[in-house]
Design a protein around this ligand. Structure first.
Ligand SMILES: Cc1cc2nc3c(=O)[nH]c(=O)nc-3n(C[C@H](O)[C@H](O)[C@H](O)COP(=O)(O)O)c2cc1C
Length: 377
């Protein structure tokens, strides 16, 4: 007699809040994969603060405003989005589900939300751009020791149809994620960081493979150490800007002086981020860094914030603090792990619906009415 109970079919409507996807997703993954997604650096203080800091921001509502006609649609650096949100870059979506980034791109298309593709994605940028229908894809870049590789990937991304580049600058070295070290993090044989392996030059293929094969499983620093470089400096941003025609966002900014420096160098926007608490543990929550950065550059550059965004109310808080948009990585990975394309679709639906209702409850009919005076203090 077969005593196995079949797994219940995935029913997205049973998920009423984004965080419910976390448990469902991690239950379906290997420990190595779930720990890779969940981990923050060292004691994971910043990882927790990112979430808590949004929750601590109180929102006043304005009374007696006609909010019967509301609009959440916007553009971020020229890319249209159904609400002020873009999917943050996260490596290796295939660790969450076999369709990986293609499922994410299809869900994003159905929700009219743009996405940022990680340079460490497990699906090539060309395939992802083909799957993203009527939504823009931005390409995230790291600069490694071999500077010319970033130009190759940027050119590939542009040819594939990406509309912006996102240079991540908070990782001169990799943060220490103890869970990954304990698990001896390494890539399953069937998953590859394809964007870094197909630049058309054999040498690059070997460099990429060399970075992954034969390592001792001592965590992310060993697996991906070769993709970044500790000598990264403002000179490299100047150089990248001079070589690119696509707009460049700088990701991983938490100080106003750095934001100004980036925009002065030609960056078209900044992403206030601490890499989801995965780099410098002890870094302030992004909710606490945002206002100063937005005050410094929001009039001349696009300001987006990520880190701990779990509710539509957090997107509202981000806009009230001066951001043009918000972004998240783990909620998308949870949706993907729990239900593939349908899971990501539901996560985006929940965030957008919550944002729309939060606007109405706060007395805002349009995005321009989401102003600092909505917040206490
Ligand atoms: C599993 C995982 C992989 C990530 N990979 C990248 C990456 O390849 N490039 C990058 O710039 N940021 C990466 N990030 C950071 C995210 O883009 C984002 O800054 C952060 O996770 C936002 O916080 P949240 O996960 O709380 O939404 C990654 C984050 C996670 C959780």
């Amino acid at each position: 007699m077969n005593t196995q109970v079949p797994a219940p079919a995935f029913d997205p409507k049973q998920f009423l809040r984004v965080e419910e996807f976390e448990t469902a997703a991690y239950a379906r993954m290997t420990k190595m994969a779930s720990d890779y997604f969940r981990s923050g650096a060292w004691d994971e203080h910043t990882l927790r603060w990112n979430v808590e800091a949004w929750q601590a921001i109180r929102i006043f509502h304005r009374a007696m405003i006609d909010v019967s006609q509301r609009s959440t649609a916007t553009t971020l650096l020229g890319s249209r989005s159904a609400f002020p949100f873009i999917i943050a870059p996260a490596a290796l979506h295939k660790l969450a589900c076999p369709e990986g980034e293609l499922a994410t791109a299809r869900a994003a298309s159905r929700r009219s939300v743009p996405l940022i593709l990680s340079s460490l994605s497990s699906t090539g940028v060309e395939e992802v751009c083909r799957a993203a229908k009527d939504v823009d894809v931005w390409m995230q870049l790291y600069i490694g020791k071999e500077r010319s590789h970033v130009l190759d990937l940027a050119a590939r991304a542009q040819e594939a149809g990406c509309t912006a580049l996102v240079l991540t600058v908070d990782a001169p070295v990799w943060g220490v994620r103890e869970r990954d070290i304990r698990n001896g993090f390494c890539l399953p044989a069937e998953i590859e960081v394809v964007n870094l392996m197909r630049s058309g030059r054999a040498g690059d293929v070997h460099a990429a493979k060399g970075g992954l094969s034969g390592h001792s499983g001592a965590g992310i620093a060993e697996a991906f150490g070769w993709t970044i470089d500790a000598s990264l400096s403002w000179k490299d941003l100047d150089w990248l800007v001079s070589k690119q025609s696509l707009p460049i966002m700088v990701k991983g900014i938490c100080r106003s002086d750095d934001a100004e420096r980036a925009v002065d160098a030609g960056a078209r926007g900044v992403l206030v981020s601490n890499h989801g608490g995965r780099q410098l543990d002890g870094a302030p929550a992004t909710a606490d860094s945002l206002e100063a950065v937005a005050d410094a550059v929001r009039d001349r550059a696009c300001v987006i914030v990520d880190g701990g965004i779990r509710r539509g109310t957090d997107v509202l808080r981000a806009l009230a603090l001066g951001a043009h948009g918000a972004s998240a990585a783990r909620p998308i990975l949870w949706g993907l792990g729990a239900g593939g394309e349908e899971g990501v679709h539901r996560v985006l639906e929940l965030l957008q619906n919550e944002f729309d209702l939060a606007m109405a409850l706060a007395g805002c009919a349009s995005l321009s009415e989401i102003t600092a005076d909505l917040l206490v203090g």
